[in-house]
Design a protein around this ligand. Sequence first.
Ligand SMILES: Cc1ncc(COP(=O)(O)O)c(C=O)c1O
Length: 400
Amino acid sequence: MPPLNKVLEHFQPSAIQEVFSLAGQLKAEGRDIIDLSVGEPDFCTPMHIKQAGIEAIQSDVTKYTSCEGTEALKQAISAKLKRDNDLNYGVDNIVVDCGVKPLLFHTLLALLDSGDEVILPTPCWTSYPGMLHLLRAKPVFVRCPQENGFKLSPADLEAAITENTRLVMLNSPSNPTGAAYNAAEMKGLTDVLLRYPNVWVLADDIYEHIVFDGFIHANPVQVEPRLYDRTIVLNGVSKAYSMTGWRIGYAAGPDRLIRALVKVLSQATGCASAMGQAAAIAALNGPQEFLQDWVRIYQERRDYLVSRLNGVSGLTCHAPEGAFYLYPSCRGIIGKKLASGQVLESSIDFAKYLLRACGVAVIPGSAFEFDPHIRISYASSMEALEQACDRIETACNDLE
Ligand SMILES: Cc1ncc(COP(=O)(O)O)c(C=O)c1O
């Protein structure tokens, strides 16, 4: 048999996969599963955005576009960055790809050589270390515990930087914790980064619009314009506009990096879907008011869940600034016993127990490089969340 890429031999089966397979198996057996593992909004794409996609198809906008994205979409992105983030990026400093996920991979490909160190504050989105492994780069995990609001401190950032550091990845608000940096906290980090001119900065702002209690999102270049030449801003329409299936993400950055990224895109992507791009223009240029209604709904759910989960013995839950995830600690559950005598030894054991015992699917913290926690998504109806909390509470009370 011919060999495969050797990197894949080191990939462990992901903790998420184990829980997904068990959830699938239980669903197939007819069990009623409340799925709190999903990473996409439960709202429909708004009608005016869908209409723009339909009109694009009907008027034959169905062919390749320019590899960097259509001029009209890049103009809409440029205007959005000015309007929402006070960032000045012209169309030549913007590229479009088939979602932030592939764009992130393509950006890392443009930035990194094998062996380069990349600082990842953890808990972090599972794809960050996954992509770095695929590219033979080296993730350097910096722990950001719940007591610090799951945020990176300037001192911890500085301590992690070495002469091999090529990139620092920031994701605010974060998947999986919802933690977000305000302008002063971001300035603390950018003050450190200013002192290291050989380090790139990547800001994954995909959850920027989902923030609570009047929180104002802060981007590194916005708070420290001197980082413009070595920062790449990633964003997309998936989460804010509930457009996960349309597959449109974009990046804004300095000339040198954008030119390198276009080289990668021209070989690896071709272009993002033409009708998806047309719909994204409607999302960015169209009415934004509905976002406030969605955010209010998310916030009600967050508040409800945080208070219920903090009432469950064995769990402690921090109230984050944004996104639609909670990342409660389950340290108080570890070591407890089921009636069968089985001891719960990890967040994976706990997630599997919740699935089997009460039909609630969550993701174990090992998937996000920070344990013992579970990730709960509240992109689900309030009724589902109420039921899930009742079930989790009973299941935890049943442990000895
Ligand atoms: C932090 C983060 N970045 C990027 C993405 C990917 O978004 P897209 O749908 O644009 O690929 C996700 C999706 O879960 C995410 O959580």
